[in-house]
Design a protein. Structure first.
Length: 275
């Protein structure tokens, strides 16, 4: 992962009374989101390297188990169709869960202190970074969708369902990016953040419904899965993209509330990171 090098913008949204605070806040979020996305332009190979792992999951793991038919699926849909939405969620989450390392790099480079010296609310800084991470995840999700279609997965190519699926990718990735920023505020060291990211990313993936239905899980793992936001993201993506039964209202509510909590926690820990 390349070190941050994007410069802060020359002009911030001015507090001149022209706009109410409710309009200034989204503008500030968009500003910090744009700063983060500049890194993608400077280093597009980061997305290329990040997409390799989910592609291998779909090609190797998915194709293999699709032939054996050992995992029961809702409505007896092909396992590859069941797996594809889970891999979409995984690809976005695995990018987001390491976002806290970038925050520590910005602290070491002095950029974070400059951001906090602006009149921008800390929650706008956190939200901007989280949404930028989610947009990276959306790019990977589109690649997975195209690949899944090429492999014969019956994706529902309805513009409204695709838009709704994009919303759930953004919510899930933003939540895990904020979780990573919370961890960065607690541990405050790059080496520890790398270890923690590696330690929790795969358990989050396996302790969800991304690979197999919760009905086949042992009871303790099922309880963990029900408290894992990734399970609700995958449930929504699976219902929208391949038509399995889902509870979109519950999935949206859980992800939105979880994201709001994580934004609040990460915002409160930003100052601790620069001390």
């Amino acid at each position: 992962m390349s070190e941050p090098h994007a410069a802060l913008p020359n002009a911030w949204p001015r507090d001149d009374g022209t706009f109410s605070e409710v309009f200034r806040f989204p503008a500030r979020v968009a500003t910090f989101c744009a700063i983060e996305l500049r890194r993608v332009v400077h280093d597009p190979w980061e997305i290329v390297t990040r997409i390799i792992q989910p592609v291998l999951w779909l090609l190797l793991y998915g194709e293999t188990l699709n032939r054996f038919r050992v995992i029961p699926t809702p409505g007896n849909i092909p396992y590859l169709s069941y797996l594809a939405p889970g891999i979409i969620a995984q690809s976005a989450v695995f990018v987001a869960i390491f976002y806290g390392i970038m925050l520590v790099w910005e602290r070491d480079a002095g950029l974070l202190a400059k951001m906090l010296a602006t009149p921008t609310p800390r929650s706008a800084i956190v939200a901007g970074k989280a949404f930028a991470s989610a947009l990276r995840g959306l790019v990977q999700a589109m690649v997975i969708l195209v690949l899944a279609t090429a492999l014969g997965v019956g994706i529902i190519w309805n513009p409204l369902t695709l838009l709704a699926a994009a919303v759930f990718v953004v919510l899930g990735a933003s939540f895990f990016a904020c979780l990573s920023m919370v961890l960065a505020g607690l541990v405050r060291q790059r080496e520890r953040m790398m270890g923690i990211g590696q330690a929790i990313s795969l358990p989050l993936f396996f302790a969800s419904n991304a690979l197999y239905p919760t009905s086949v899980m042992p009871a303790p793992l099922r309880v963990i899965s029900e408290g894992n936001p990734m399970s609700y993201q995958v449930d929504a993506l699976r219902g929208l993209l391949v038509g399995t039964p889902c509870n979109l209202a519950l999935d949206f509510a859980v992800l939105l509330v979880s994201l709001a909590i994580m934004v609040a926690l990460a915002s409160g820990l930003l100052m601790r990171l620069v001390r």
